[in-house]
Design a protein around this ligand. Structure first.
Ligand code: GLU
Length: 305
């Protein structure tokens, strides 16, 4: 497997030149577009890594399935579905016009910014600091890494420039979907997007989703299998922004990308994959990351379809 991963990186490295690093969050523009790393956790917990797998980057939108998970754990499916729907939008992650219909809960998806911002309000906690701290604890637990922390530079950069997210949150408030103070909610959301992880962390998190909520290394059932099914289904239709359809055809597994350059791919009952390569295509997905997953999927017959 280590050889395979090294070969995949060598073969796909040229695609890092096809994209550019995100710059709308100024701090992200400092990433090195040539970085490329991958990690796979499989076979009962063995892990295989290649390239820049230990490089840190911010989790960005890959936190969205975990925000959804914590909202489900805290409030249950009915309350979550009442606030945020599950239909794919086919629109960019930060779109205002995510549906041609009126702004209604069922038209918001948990993998776009508006949905994730709304879901922060459903996390239990007396304050948004407490909600965020519970979210960070869950990420640390799933990644089996108590060291995970917020990248303060990215957090400040995003908070300073995040006017589109601020506008989205005020729209949600105007339509009565969220009630709390917008700045508090966004602080939780921006902090969540700014958690530093590496490919190994993502692979371990993916491995829990792949194993129906169970950490098969420790034997702990972290969450109910029904939530793994829920989240994996949403990721198939919406995890790769408005590139999710093509990704389903070419790779065929639930996955989530982030503008930090990470991709978390979940191969149900088989493996968790984490990738880092920050040069993004025009939809916000890692160019070389997608190519690496296409190649791995063909080689190991990973598609669930
Ligand atoms: N923090 C980013 C934003 O809200 C996340 C976007 C992403 O990774 O898709 O703009």
């Amino acid at each position: 497997m280590n050889n395979l991963l090294n070969n995949v990186l060598n073969k796909c490295r040229e695609y890092t030149k096809n994209g550019t690093v995100a710059s709308y969050i100024p701090e992200l523009a400092k990433s090195n577009p040539e970085d490329f790393g991958i990690c796979v956790v499989a076979d009962g917990g063995s892990f295989y890594c290649a390239g820049d797998f230990s490089k840190s980057f911010t989790i960005q939108s890959i936190i969205k399935p975990i925000i959804l998970l914590l909202a489900l754990l805290d409030k249950g499916e009915e309350k979550v579905r009442a606030l945020v729907g599950v239909e794919a939008t086919g629109k960019p992650f930060d779109a205002f016009n995510y549906s041609d219909q009126a702004l209604k809960c069922e038209n918001i998806n948990p993998m776009i910014n508006a949905g994730a911002i709304a879901l922060c309000t459903l996390i239990n906690g007396d304050s948004y600091e407490e909600k965020f701290s519970r979210l960070l604890s869950l990420v640390r637990k799933m990644a089996d890494n108590p060291q995970l922390e917020v990248n303060q530079d990215v957090y400040i950069s995003e908070k300073t420039t995040g006017n589109k997210n601020r506008a989205l949150a005020y729209m949600l408030k105007a339509y009565g979907m969220i009630g709390d103070n917008v700045d508090d909610i966004l602080d939780c959301y921006f902090s969540a997007c700014s958690i530093n992880v590496n490919s190994f962390d993502l692979a371990k998190i993916a491995f829990i989703f792949a194993n129906k909520g169970k950490n098969i290394i420790t034997g702990e059932q972290i969450f109910d299998e029904k939530y793994a099914r829920y989240i994996n289904a949403v990721l198939v239709t919406s995890g790769m922004y408005d590139g999710s359809g093509e990704f389903a055809l070419d790779v065929g597994v639930p996955a989530k990308s982030g503008v930090g350059g990470g991709i978390m791919a979940i191969v149900p009952n088989r493996m968790g994959i984490g990738i880092y390569s920050p040069a993004l295509d025009n939809k916000g997905n890692s160019c070389a990351g997608i190519k690496a997953l296409e190649s791995l999927s063909k080689e190991l017959e990973l598609s669930i379809f």
